[in-house]
Write a protein that binds this ligand. Structure first.
Ligand code: PMP
Length: 360
């Protein structure tokens, strides 16, 4: 078996030990005589799997009891609609900061349900930075302010959260979830799709301040009503059972690493190695302003499309796969999520160094 280093933006690498455990338990989970895939979501064994997954997520993220945790479906995209339906519930107004395609899509979706306003944007410089905002940029009567915390396509990240005063802050953490410590209490609501740092695609985690829920718009589909989902402990209907089991294994893996802080320190080392190389290279350069660089998604370019193509093809042949940039931006992008080992980034940097010398 020859496993590659997969730099995909998602779905992406899972920890090898997690895959091995899933493999070992594939035919029989514990002594149940069945696979988790075959298990009733109302069974005792499954009840324990989902409860443990939630408890472990609460532990590693430091989620207070005043917040609900929901495992649901429909990808990040469904939350773009669910967030306004649940939270645009006082004044039907929300302010969005547009830092890339995912924030823009969330903003456009919210416009279907109420008065969504773009409070700031970094579109003027192709989303290569995080716009600076202050409290007065947001409407006093906005029901929430929305950010995309880590911009998967453009490789920017909020290192300093916007000051929204008393207005609840909502963040899409799909591509940075569990990559670094986060003060959950700074947020009204967080959501993240699993397929980058948590599990195979198919489950989304929503973490919401309980007092904000319970007042969804009348048109809200039952399945998108966070209060209904929270009260049913994610078992209102059949949840994505196997994905939640996989998420649970990854939460345990994070605990085994020493928690989110330890994972973060490793992520810093990986990112420093790659950004350090980019900052010294004469051929490659990063595309994002330094202070807003993502730890998870690292876009970079050379000055030539030909060279970019050659690089991606030769890297692929060397077992460094999925380095092509997003189709809308071109160039390259290395996604180095939690499960990407340091050795993977080291191999990439060595390969880039060799490529630079050969093609100088
Ligand atoms: N938000 C972010 C930050 C993303 O990176 C993505 C997908 N890559 C989405 C939302 C959309 O997620 P999904 O495809 O699961 O709907």
């Amino acid at each position: 078996m020859a496993r590659v280093f997969n730099f995909s933006a998602g779905p992406s690498m899972l920890p090898l030990s997690v895959l091995k455990q899933a493999q070992a338990e594939l035919l029989e989970y514990g002594s149940t005589g069945q696979s988790v895939m075959e298990m009733s979501h109302r069974s005792k064994a499954y009840q324990q799997i989902i409860e443990t997954a939630e408890a472990d997520l609460r532990e590693i993220m430091g989620i207070p009891d005043t917040y609900d945790v929901i495992f649901t479906q429909g990808g990040g995209f469904t939350q773009f609609a669910a967030v306004p339906m649940n939270l645009m519930n006082k004044n039907r107004k929300a302010d969005y900061i547009i830092t890339g395609q995912w924030a823009k899509k969330a903003f456009e979706e919210a416009g279907k349900y109420g008065d969504a306003r773009a409070a700031a944007s970094s579109a003027d410089k192709t989303f290569t930075y995080i716009p600076k905002t202050c409290r007065s940029d947001f409407r006093d009567d906005a029901d929430y302010v929305y950010i995309c915390m880590n911009n998967t396509i453009y490789g920017t990240k909020y290192n300093v959260l916007p000051d929204t005063g008393d207005i609840p802050l909502v963040a899409d953490i799909s591509s940075c979830m569990l990559s670094e410590p986060l003060d959950v209490t700074r947020f009204g609501l967080l959501f993240g799709g699993a397929q980058k740092n948590v599990a195979p695609a198919g489950v989304v985690m929503v973490i919401a301040r309980r007092d904000l829920l319970g007042n969804a718009m009348d048109i809200t589909p039952t399945m998108l009503d966070y209060k209904i989902q929270a009260d049913a402990h994610s078992l209102f209907n059949t949840p994505p059972c196997y994905n939640i089991y996989m998420a649970g294994l990854v939460f345990k893996w994070i605990k085994d690493q020493g928690g989110v802080q330890a994972v973060y320190e490793n992520n810093l080392k990986k990112a420093d190695l790659l950004y350090g190389f980019l900052d010294n290279s004469k051929m490659f350069r990063g595309t994002v302003v330094k202070e807003d660089r993502s730890l998870m998604n690292v876009p970079f370019v050379t000055d030539s499309d030909e060279l970019n193509k050659k690089f991606v093809a030769e890297a692929e042949a060397a077992g460094l796969v999925n380095l092509k940039g997003h189709r809308t931006v071109g160039g390259m992008r290395a996604s180095i999520y939690n499960a990407m080992p340091y050795e993977g980034v080291k191999s990439l940097v060595e390969f880039m160094d060799k490529f630079e010398k050969e093609n100088a």
